[in-house]
Write a protein that binds this ligand. Structure first.
Ligand code: MN
Length: 738
C-alpha cells in the first residue's frame, strides 16, 4: 500500500486519469453528461447489474468508513457544537468533485464541498499551488462553495499509483469566526468586511501536517481559538480515516473496479432521484412563497446602510415534469442587501440537497446524482444569487431556512395528488431563537459563543400524525439540544429554566410539534453583547391543507433586573416566560423590560443579572383545526402544550374538569360549538372572485406598509417574468409597478 500511494505531485505531471489534467477530466465529464444525459455516459451499470452483491458491498464499505470517521473524529473536538450536537459530516468525492457517499450529520455540506473542489479544479490548482498526496485544503468562502462563514471545510486529495482517485471532505461549524461582533453568525454589519476570517480554498498543510503559520493566523483572528484549532484536527482526522477506508476498499476489489464503481454510484443516484420523483409526485407547477422581516429602522446596533425596516421575498416554484425532472425556481426573489442574510448559489444548492435527503430520497445512498437529476434557478442580483460578491453571508440561514419550507409544502401537495399520504409533511419550522454573542466570560477571558439548542425545534404535522416536540432542525435531522451544563460551561449565562413552550404548535387537524423556551440570566461577567434572532412580524413557515403556522418570535428581556434582591430575600424567581400574556417574568422580576415583536436584533449590550428569553419554534399544522380529535386537544392542555383558553376559539373544544382534576372534552358541547363555528365561517365567507376583486383594489392602491411595497418593487425590477406573473394574477395594467 505504501508503494502504491507513494508521493505523487501535480507539479511533475497531470494527476488525472489516462494522462489528463483534473481540469480536462472535469470538462470531459461535463461534456459527456451534456451529450448523453448519463453521468460519465454510463448507459449500462455493469457492476450494479452484473455483480449486485459486490456493488452493495463496496458501497457499505465506503459508507461505513464515513460514518465511523465521523463518530471517531467528533471525540477530538472540544466544541459543544461538534461534540454535543454532532454538527459535522464527512463525504467521499470522485476526482471531479461529485459526492459518492456521505456520513450522517450536517449533510447540507455534501454538495457545498463539491463546489469547493470544482472551484479548485477550474482554477488550475493542479499547477498552482499544486495538488499532491498529503496536501490539506481549507475553505469557508460561501461564494466558492459553502453555506456561511462559520462552516469550515477540510478537503484532502486521495491518490493511488500516481493518479488522483478522489477527495475526502469534512466540515464543522465553528463557535466563532472572528467577525466584527462575537458569535459564529454575527450580523448587523454591512458587507463581507465584517464577516470574519475568510479562507478561500487555501492550501493549509502538506505531508498530512497543518502549516504552523496557517494555524497561527487562525489563532490570531478568532475569539474561540482553542475550539478552532481542535476542530481543524477533528476534520483532518476524519478525512484521513475516510482515505484509509478507500485504500482498504481498493486493496480488496482492485483499482479498476473502484473507478468503475464511483461512476456507477453517481449515475445510479441520478436515476434513483428521477425514479422517486416519478413514483411519488404528480407532474405540475406548485407555488409556495415565503417572507421574512428585518425590523432594523430603530436598531442602533446595526450599520447605517442596514438601518431600515425591510422584508425578504422567496417566491418558490416547484416544477415536476412528466419524465421525472425536478426543478425549483426562486425567480422573483428580491435584491440582496446590506445585511448578512444573503445566500450564495452554493448555499441554496446545499439547502435543496439536504431537503431531498429528508423527503424524496431519504436513504443512505443519496449522493451528487441528485444534482444531475434536478435544476435550481436562482435569479442573478437577488438575495440568493448576489451580483456583488462582497455581500455578507454570515447568517445565510435566516432566510434560506424559511425559503425552503415552500419546497416541503409543494411536495406535500404533489404527494397528495399522487396519493402518497403518509409522505406528507406540513414542512418544518424555522430554527430560532439563536442565542449568540460574547464578551468577557465567567473565567475572565474574552470569548464568544453560539448556542445550538436551536437544533431542536418541533416538527411539522403529518397527514395522520401530530409533529414531534422539540427534536430536529431542517439542517440536522438528528438534532440534539446539548446539556444545559455544557452550555453553561461555555457561556456566562445561567439557565434559570428550560421547558416546552405552550401554544407554539401550529394548529390543525394534526398539530405541529411543540417548541421550547429557555430563560437565561447573564452571570459572572462585567458585560457582553447578545443577539436576538428570528422572525417576529411575519409567520415564515405556513401550514398546509388548512393548518396554521407555529409560533412566531418575540423578545422578552429584562435589563438591571432585581434577581439579586429576590435571591437575597429567598423569594421566587421566574424560570420561564411561559404564557406571554400572563408572563412569569413580568410577574416575578422587575427592571427595564424589553417586550416586543422585533425579534431580529443586532448585538445589544447586557450586564450581569439581566434576563434573556430564548423561544424556539413549534412545527406548522395540517388540516382544519375543527376536525381535530377533541381528546387530543384535552391531552395538549393537560400536557402544557396548549393554553386552556385557546381550546375553544381555535379548536371549538369545550373542556370540563375530570374527577382527577385534569381537563376532558365535553363531546356534546364540543359538537354544538363546532357547528356554530362552521355557521359563523359561512356567514363571513365571500365568493373567491369577490375576494380577489377586493384584494385587487388594495394592490392597485398599493395599500401596504412601505417594506412590502419596497420588496415587491425590487422583485418586479429584477424579473420581468415575475412582474408579468404578478400583473396577470391580479389583472393589473401592463404599466403597473410598485
Ligand atoms: Mn453552519
Amino acid at each position: 500500500m505504501l508503494d502504491k500511494t507513494a508521493r505523487t505531485d501535480s507539479r511533475i505531471g497531470p494527476i488525472g486519469w489516462e494522462g489528463r489534467t483534473l481540469k480536462e477530466m472535469l470538462e470531459r465529464s461535463e461534456a459527456i453528461f451534456a451529450r448523453t444525459g448519463h453521468y460519465q455516459g454510463l448507459k449500462d451499470l455493469t457492476i450494479r447489474t452484473g455483480k449486485p452483491i459486490l456493488y452493495e458491498k463496496i458501497f457499505s464499505h465506503l459508507r461505513g468508513g464515513l460514518v465511523n470517521a465521523r463518530s471517531t473524529a467528533l471525540n477530538i473536538s472540544a466544541s459543544p457544537i461538534v461534540k454535543e450536537i454532532g454538527e459535522l459530516s464527512f463525504a467521499l468525492y470522485t476526482p471531479e468533485g461529485e459526492s459518492v457517499a456521505l456520513s450522517t450529520g450536517i449533510i447540507v455540506h455534501v454538495h457545498t464541498m463539491s463546489d469547493a473542489i470544482k472551484y479548485m479544479i477550474r482554477n488550475n490548482y493542479e499547477k498552482n499551488p499544486g495538488i499532491a498526496e498529503g496536501f490539506i485544503f481549507c475553505n469557508n468562502n460561501s461564494m466558492i462553495g459553502d453555506v456561511h462563514t462559520a462552516d469550515v471545510h477540510t478537503l484532502i486529495p486521495i491518490f493511488w499509483e500516481g493518479e488522483l482517485i478522489g477527495w475526502a471532505g469534512g466540515v464543522t461549524h465553528e463557535i466563532d469566526v472572528g467577525g466584527i461582533a462575537p458569535g459564529s453568525m454575527c450580523y448587523g454589519h454591512a458587507d463581507r468586511y465584517g464577516d470574519g476570517l475568510l479562507i478561500s480554498a487555501e492550501l493549509v498543510g502538506t505531508d498530512d501536517v497543518f502549516h504552523e503559520d496557517y494555524l497561527q493566523r487562525c489563532r490570531d483572528n478568532v475569539r474561540a481559538e482553542m475550539y478552532w484549532v481542535l476542530d481543524e484536527k477533528t476534520r483532518l482526522t476524519g478525512c484521513q480515516l475516510v482515505r484509509e477506508q478507500v485504500y482498504r476498499t481498493i486493496e480488496e476489489v482492485g483499482i479498476d473496479t473502484y473507478k468503475a464503481f464511483i461512476g456507477e454510484a453517481v449515475e445510479e443516484g441520478r436515476r434513483t432521484l428521477i425514479g422517486r420523483v416519478r413514483q411519488l409526485t404528480f407532474p405540475g407547477e406548485y407555488e409556495a412563497p415565503t417572507f421574512i422581516d428585518i425590523p432594523w429602522a430603530q436598531d442602533e446596533t446595526v450599520h447605517a446602510l442596514a438601518r431600515k425596516d425591510s422584508m425578504m421575498h422567496a417566491p418558490l416554484r416547484m416544477t415536476v415534469s412528466g419524465d421525472g425532472h425536478l426543478s425549483l425556481s426562486f425567480d422573483g426573489a428580491n435584491q440582496w442587501d446590506y445585511h448578512s442574510f444573503n445566500c450564495s448559489p452554493s448555499a441554496m444548492q446545499g439547502a435543496m440537497w439536504v431537503q431531498l435527503t429528508q423527503t424524496l430520497w431519504n436513504s443512505d445512498k443519496i449522493n451528487d446524482g441528485a444534482y444531475f437529476a434536478s435544476t435550481l434557478e436562482l435569479p442573478y442580483g437577488s438575495w440568493c444569487n448576489p451580483d456583488f460578491d462582497k455581500v455578507s453571508t454570515t447568517l445565510t440561514w435566516f432566510f434560506l431556512i424559511p425559503a425552503f419550507t415552500g419546497f416541503i409544502r409543494s411536495l406535500a401537495r404533489a404527494y397528495f395528488a399522487r396519493g402518497y399520504l403518509e409522505e406528507i409533511s406540513a414542512s418544518y419550522p424555522c430554527t430560532w431563537n439563536l442565542t449568540q454573542g460574547g464578551g468577557v466570560n465567567h473565567f475572565g477571558q474574552p470569548s464568544a459563543f453560539t448556542n445550538f439548542e436551536q437544533s431542536c425545534q418541533g416538527t411539522g404535522a403529518q397527514y395522520a400524525k401530530d409533529g414531534e416536540a422539540s427534536c430536529a432542525a431542517m439542517w440536522n435531522p438528528e438534532g440534539d439540544m446539548g446539556e444545559i451544563e455544557t452550555w453553561e460551561h461555555l457561556e456566562p449565562l445561567l439557565y434559570l429554566g428550560r421547558g416546552l413552550k405552550a401554544n407554539s404548535s401550529g394548529p390543525g387537524r394534526y398539530r405541529g410539534g411543540c417548541g421550547s423556551e429557555a430563560l437565561r440570566m447573564v452571570f459572572k461577567t462585567p458585560g457582553l453583547v447578545l443577539f436576538s434572532c428570528g422572525e417576529g412580524q411575519v409567520f415564515s413557515s405556513a401550514g398546509v391543507f388548512g393548518g396554521y403556522p407555529g409560533n412566531s418570535g418575540y423578545r422578552h428581556n429584562v435589563h438591571e433586573s432585581n434577581i439579586p434582591e429576590l435571591a437575597a430575600a429567598k423569594k421566587p424567581y421566574p424560570v420561564l416566560d411561559g404564557d406571554p400574556e400572563n408572563s412569569a417574568i413580568s410577574a416575578l422580576a422587575s427592571g427595564r423590560e424589553v417586550f416586543d415583536n422585533n425579534q431580529m436584533t443586532g448585538p445589544h449590550a447586557f450586564a450581569e443579572y439581566d434576563l434573556y428569553t430564548a423561544v424556539q419554534r413549534g412545527g406548522p399544522g395540517l388540516g382544519d383545526p375543527l376536525e381535530r380529535d377533541p381528546a387530543s386537544v384535552a391531552r395538549d392542555v393537560n400536557g402544557g402544550e396548549l393554553l386552556e383558553r385557546y381550546a375553544r376559539p381555535i379548536y371549538g373544544v369545550v373542556l370540563v374538569s375530570a374527577e382527577d382534576g385534569t381537563k376532558k372534552a365535553d363531546a356534546a358541547a364540543t359538537e354544538k360549538e363546532r357547528q356554530a363555528m362552521r355557521r359563523k365561517r359561512l356567514e363571513r365567507a365571500v365568493d373567491a372572485a369577490d375576494y380577489v376583486a377586493r384584494e385587487r383594489e388594495r394592490v392597485l392602491a398599493k395599500d401596504f406598509i412601505a417594506p412590502v411595497c419596497a420588496m415587491y418593487a425590487s422583485s418586479m425590477k429584477l424579473s420581468d417574468r415575475w412582474a408579468r406573473h404578478f400583473r396577470t394574477f391580479w389583472s393589473l395594467p401592463d404599466d403597473f409597478a410598485f
